[in-house]
Design a protein around this ligand. Structure first.
Ligand SMILES: Cc1cc2nc3c(=O)[nH]c(=O)nc-3n(C[C@H](O)[C@H](O)[C@H](O)COP(=O)(O)OP(=O)(O)OC[C@H]3O[C@@H](n4cnc5c(N)ncnc54)[C@H](O)[C@@H]3O)c2cc1C
Length: 588
């Protein structure tokens, strides 16, 4: 059973990702450590004692579709009600609409806990929060007045409708149509697939944010607009009115997150005799919908990164507990009676320590990304710097953390041996759930492309190097510290950060020379290289603040950080052979 690692989370927020110095400097007004600790403790209690209890029934029974209505698993509706009554949906939402206005850092820390307890539960509110942010930034006052308070409280939930069968990673191909119908109203037609929480019985209304094309819109992504389409129309007094012409025609059968309804949504097909065309309102400007949706997607990318951290944490907890119970063989170091608990075997220890280190790194990168988002929001003079930082770290937070989720869940399964493959232990379920996170919200391949093509050029190509200098300062603190037990950590970190610099300059040169295909061939290994090097520095920062963390930091530096050198060789020397061998894959 999940036990929220509240102390670890608080430590990483405060001493690794920058929350403590920000609180001390009064950057978040009168928010103090006491309140932060109290919120984290209560979120941890709710996640461990309430959400986690409903995980199994959610996985086993899933969401069910009948007559265009989706019923959530038993107990989930009441759980959601208790969750919103606790104010959790409103944690980081704008105060103007009833939110608590707390830092994103706290929001994502809580999100980690909901997702560790039940990822299929955590994903729903993630989309609502993204919708709140997109509407707050881009919607008209009238739309905000009508929808935001209920979305902030969680009384209604939000969805994100981009994907169509021919338009996944490539939204240029999007076909859903929007026709102006007078009075600022549009009628929406088309089919969206894979829409998370597109239909369910948790709330009375569902607010869909839908990408569609206006008549005569330019081709490609410059001709896409964003619309708000409620399941039930809403009167001026806020009361629910007629059913809109949008419905769920199918639910996907999935590898994991069974309780999260993944819906095919039909817009404008005359549902239950409605006059055809789902009624919607424009959000932001015509043909600028993708920019508005990106507000939502950036938020959601970090949130999906938290799913990776969350699964990795849960898998690690489970594996450590199992390794202390299960006995096999006789380890040389074990002097007790009978067979050895497998946790004594060095190979099992290596697996468990790898899991712990990767989880902590992914958490540190993701919380640092949240910190940058917060600083960009509250800063006076240096908002642009923090925006660049958030933009740089978002693909790392999304892609590295979700890869870690899968990797750690797989290692966790391995530690369980045959029992890991049997559903009973829950290790297999985590592995199944983890697998979607590298795919949705922009596949990890697309994240790597984003990192190389759009984030390395930030600040004229210098922002990334400023960040590496900060990481190098963390590494240097290890060399100059009096703390014992770091072994060869400082040397390993220096080498990794040198490799990161070299790979970065290499890719920037390729981009400057217009050789983007070659640069993108190395994008995925580069993203991992970057994350491991940054993660090593964050582990060192944590170890310098708390000596009990030194051994894991050293283990990572001396056992895992060496991968960076091999990744650099792939980035620098891999493109030509990849292009050459790749030709053989293409059918004529
Ligand atoms: C459970 C689930 C929930 C989802 N929830 C939502 C939701 O709520 N709302 C929503 O709108 N969508 C949702 N999606 C859709 C999801 O975001 C897409 O599946 C995802 O973006 C990938 O698109 P695709 O499936 O069409 O894959 P494709 O775009 O066909 O990609 C296939 C492969 O090709 C690679 N690829 C594609 N283009 C390129 C390129 N230019 N360069 C290099 N590699 C490339 C990809 O990385 C991938 O490995 C969900 C999907 C699932 C499975």
């Amino acid at each position: 059973m999940y036990r929220a690692p509240v102390k670890d989370i608080a430590f990483t927020l405060k001493h690794v990702a920058g929350l403590k110095p920000a609180l001390d400097a009064g950057i978040f007004g009168d928010l103090g450590e006491d309140l932060v600790d109290a919120i984290l403790a209560e979120a941890g209690r709710f996640a461990s004692e309430e959400v986690a209890l409903l995980y199994k029934i959610g996985d086993e029974q899933g969401a069910v579709l009948k007559d265009a209505a989706v019923t959530m698993p038993p107990g989930w509706k009441a759980l959601y009600r208790r969750w919103i009554d606790g104010g959790w949906n409103a944690l980081s939402a704008p105060e103007e609409f009833g939110g608590q206005g707390l830092p994103t850092m706290l929001g994502v820390a809580a999100l980690e806990m909901w997702n560790s307890a039940a990822m299929a539960f955590g994903i729903g509110p993630t989309l609502t929060m993204g919708a709140v942010e997109a509407l707050d930034k881009h919607a008209s006052q009238a739309l905000k007045a009508k929808y935001l308070e209920k979305l902030v409280s969680g009384e209604w939930m939000g969805t994100m409708n981009l994907t169509e069968s021919q338009a996944g990673s490539d939204l240029n191909a999007l076909r859903a149509r929007a026709e102006p119908a007078g009075d600022g109203i549009y009628r929406i037609f088309g089919q969206k697939i894979f829409i998370t929480y597109g239909e369910h019985d948790l709330t009375d209304n569902i607010v869909h944010l839908v990408l569609a094309r206006l008549p005569d819109a330019p081709a490609g992504t410059r001709g896409i607009s964003l619309f708000l389409v409620p399941k039930f129309l809403v009167g001026d007094d806020g009361a629910l009115g007629a059913r809109n012409d949008v419905f769920c025609s199918g639910l996907e059968h999935k590898l994991g997150i069974h309780a999260s309804p993944t819906c095919t949504m039909i817009y404008g097909d005359g549902f239950e005799g409605a006059s055809p065309g789902a009624i919607g309102w424009l959000v932001g400007e015509e043909n600028r919908g993708l920019a508005c949706m990106f507000t939502m997607m950036n938020n959601a990318r970090l949130a999906i990164g938290m799913q990776g951290v969350a699964i990795a944490e849960m898998a690690t907890q489970k594996a450590i507990a199992y390794a202390n119970e299960r006995r096999q063989g006789k380890a040389a170091s074990y002097e007790g009676p009978g067979m050895t608990p497998i946790v004594h075997h060095p190979d099992v220890q290596r697996n468990l320590l790898t899991m712990k280190a990767l989880t902590q790194i992914a958490r540190a990168i993701s919380y640092s990304c949240a910190h940058a988002i917060d600083r960009a929001r509250v800063s006076d003079g240096d908002a642009a710097h923090w925006r660049d930082r958030a933009n740089l770290l978002t693909p790392l937070a999304k892609a590295f953390s979700t890869d870690v989720g899968v990797e750690v869940a797989s290692l966790g399964l391995q530690v369980h041996g045959g029992m890991g493959f049997i559903e009973e232990t829950g290790a297999a379920a985590l592995y199944r759930d983890a697998r979607i996170a590298p795919i949705y919200e922009g596949t990890n391949g697309i994240q790597a492309i984003d990192l190389v093509a759009r984030k390395l050029p930030l600040g004229g190509g210098e922002h990334v190097h400023g960040y590496i200098v900060e990481l190098a300062a963390m590494a240097n603190s290890v060399r100059t510290s009096n703390l014992r037990g770091f072994g060869r950590t400082a040397d390993s970190l220096d080498r990794a950060l040198d490799d990161l610099t070299e790979a970065t300059r290499f890719l920037q040169k390729l981009l400057a020379d217009g050789r983007s295909d070659e640069a993108l061939a190395g994008a995925t290994p580069y993203l991992r290289l970057f994350s491991l090097a940054a993660g090593g520095a964050y582990l060192a920062r944590g170890a310098l603040a708390d000596q009990s963390r030194v051994p894991l930091c050293r283990f990572f530096a001396e056992n895992l950080l060496g991968e960076v050198r091999a990744l650099k060789e792939r980035v620098i020397g891999g493109a030509e052979s990849l292009a050459d061998a790749g030709k053989a894959l293409i059918s004529a």
